[in-house]
Write a protein of this length. Structure first.
Length: 415
């Protein structure tokens, strides 16, 4: 009889716990709440002790002044007295009741003067302590919250495209250090993800371009044969146009993937020169469609990638020429510096664009009142690429309908 096989063993439990180990005495952890409580509680206690000490010294001084004799006996037999604080008792013609009344009034006056002096000095002492307390509290709060400033500066550096930056916060194991360590872990994962994406884009660029280039070469060789049948030449031209469209689509997708990342290497780029080059490239197409390109390009130097910025201008000018009116159409291209920012504006005549369709224009493969396929004007990625490139440079692009038809495209980039 065959032996019964033993049931499968359960997999061993992992010995590593990714969670942070709990301290033996969590209530002894120097958290921000405990540190702030001790700090401000200690400051309040010290301020109270100082204030009480000052009031005690002022009260002792007031009591010493109040214990001074109000008058001096000049002639004991005649009961003549003299006083600098109570001039009314110097008169020797006072009766006993009048003398006692003058002495009581003088005592009340001196007591009130001592209380007024104590109050005024106490207020001055309180004001001085308040100024010192606010200054010391401001300094200590800045010291306690300085890690937040460090985290903020690192986050801004990362937002500016430097994913290699880390906070690496030192100090007590409190909430701020835990936040900084968590942020560092997130940056590490983001850097790995972006590195993998760049590697994928590079590999995809090669793998997708190579077969399309081979197809184009084979079709061009076939079309160059003068003895090829007419039907074969017509089919070759159709396939060549389809292959060219596929190449444009691949180039657009790869550029869109690259432009979604921040620009690491930046150089001075003049938007006026970029716009002029874009106009030169579209000039022949504009003449063929009867569209006039005009405008004034003033110098507007920004820090960025010249190739990508040229792609923004080229896409906008191409769209302005292609989606224009059949007769008397025009495109206006201007560059300028306004309010510390570089501005590129492309305005064109064309069909009326509803305001609710503006946002859809920047979506990939979206065109105004057209399908995704069947158009020879492009692959539907021009404005998507322009928006991604603008965001990668820290700017933005906006569109608004022009009165009478057409669009006004505005690109704003930081200088």
């Amino acid at each position: 009889m065959a032996a019964t096989p033993a049931p499968p063993q359960a997999p061993p439990k992992p010995t590593w716990d990714p969670r942070r180990p709990e301290p033996a005495f969590p209530w002894l952890r120097p958290t921000i709440r405990i540190r702030l409580t001790l700090l401000y509680g200690g400051m309040f206690l010290i301020a109270g002790i100082l204030l009480l000490s000052i009031i005690y010294l002022l009260a002792a001084q007031a009591l010493r002044n109040g214990n001074q004799p109000l008058f001096k006996i000049v002639d004991f037999n005649a009961l003549r007295v003299t006083s600098t604080d109570c001039p009314g008792v110097d008169n020797g013609n006072l009766s006993l009741s009048e003398f006692n009344a003058a002495i009581s009034a003088c005592i009340d006056h001196q007591r009130q003067a001592a209380l007024d002096s104590l109050l005024s000095r106490s207020l001055l002492a309180l004001l001085g302590l308040a100024v010192i307390a606010f200054a010391f509290g401001y300094a200590m709060a800045g010291r306690v919250l300085s890690p937040l400033g460090r985290i903020t500066r690192t986050a801004r550096a990362v937002a500016g495209s430097d994913l290699s930056r880390r906070i690496e916060l030192d100090g007590p194991d409190d909430e701020l250090k835990e936040l900084a360590d968590t942020f560092d872990d997130m940056l590490e994962r983001l850097q790995r993800a972006f590195t993998a994406q760049q590697r994928f884009v590079g590999n995809a660029s090669h793998e997708l371009r190579t077969p399309l280039a081979i197809n184009r070469t084979l079709l061009e060789v076939q079309l160059s044969d003068p003895h090829a049948p007419v039907e074969l030449q017509q089919l070759g031209k159709t396939l060549l146009a389809t292959n060219e469209r596929s190449e444009q689509l691949v180039e657009g997708l790869l550029l869109l993937a690259r432009s979604d990342n921040q620009i690491v290497e930046r150089k001075p780029v003049d938007l006026a020169e970029v716009a002029s080059q874009a106009v030169d490239q579209v000039h022949a197409e504009a003449e063929a469609k009867g569209v006039v390109i005009r405008g004034e390009c003033k110098p507007a130097v920004v820090q960025g990638n010249g190739v990508l910025l040229e792609r923004i201008a080229l896409n906008l000018v191409q769209n302005a020429v292609r989606y224009n009116v059949a007769e008397e159409g025009w495109v206006e291209v201007t560059t300028d510096v306004q309010h510390g920012q570089a501005i590129l504006v492309v305005t064109n005549t064309g069909p009326v664009v509803p305001a609710y369709e503006i946002d859809n224009l920047f979506e990939p493969f979206r065109r105004l009142r057209t399908e995704r396929t069947g158009s020879d004007k492009g692959v539907g990625l021009g404005l998507s690429i322009a928006r991604s490139v603008a965001r990668a440079h820290g700017g933005h692009i906006s569109a608004q309908p022009r009165e009478g038809g057409g669009l006004v495209m505005r690109v704003t980039l930081p200088i």
